[in-house]
Design a protein around this ligand. Sequence first.
Ligand code: SF4
Ligand code: SF4
Length: 324
Amino acid sequence: MELCISIHFKPFTISILQKNTRLIRAEAERLGFSFTGIARAQPLDEEARQLEAWLNLGLHGKMQYMANHFDLRTDPTKLVPGAKSVIVLMHNYFPKEKQTGPEAPRLARYAYGEDYHFVLKRKLKDLLRFIREQIGEVDGRCFVDSAPVMERDWARRAGLGWMGKNTLLIRPGAGSYFFLAELILDLELEIDQPMPDHCGTCRRCIEACPTEAISPQGYLVDASKCISYVTIELREEIPQGFQGKMEGWVFGCDICQEVCPWNRFATPHSEPAFEPEPGLMEMDQRQWHEITEGVFRRFFSKSAVKRTKYEGLKRNLRFLKGLG
Ligand code: SF4
Ligand code: SF4
């Protein structure tokens, strides 16, 4: 008996939506972004309530700007009229270099190279230009930690990871040493789905934080207790309560990332702009404490460290010596 099998294939077509989304993802990867996620541009109602509670508890310290533009922060259509999609991009900054100078004050890894605001803004603008060339007239704006955009919430909504108990965005298989950048567009794209939380019963970040800035249940950080805040954002003298708890950090703090088990997956970035200035990693304790304005300019004129200015860095160094 002859067996007759006929298989019917559906004609494979991809929609304009899929085509545009794939084009954008491929270009983002070519520009050096590690991962791309897309969320629907809609009000962040639940996140707005959480932000309001955080502000009402005063956990933003003296970062008054966190309370400004509340409506812009929580509704992307107020930033880009007619917004349809929020493209969130992750860019690796995990360095292969380590500070090797004996007992050197510690610098958060994100600040080793050129200021990420400029590096990522350039890439985002290139991406927006590409979208306009390839897809047509698209209205959009680029954001890198500089405008009222709740980037971790968007990254979570865009399926890039979950917000860990240390409140950082964590991506399975990659960790948390990533910058986030956003493009809000009035262009409809394929949307990604959020992923579940994988912190489980882990409490390492909560237990390792030397200032108890992370709440006992996690998912809430009191910025006014955080070393990163006092070394970068605080404009006045560092409160004496931090004495003996700084663990050597002079600019930022990576402790709650260093202890996170997901960061065992971190791999070094390949972005030349994030390479540290020659000699910076080798500075020892004495060289740090004797840093002159000229040396500060040489190492940090293009770096995020210039946010503290020379006087701010000297204040932090004095505090580390117990002289603050
Ligand atoms: S950055 Fe440092 S001080 Fe701030 S929450 Fe994390 S471990 Fe604590
Ligand atoms: S250290 Fe543990 S609890 Fe903290 S963010 Fe990482 S996985 Fe979550």
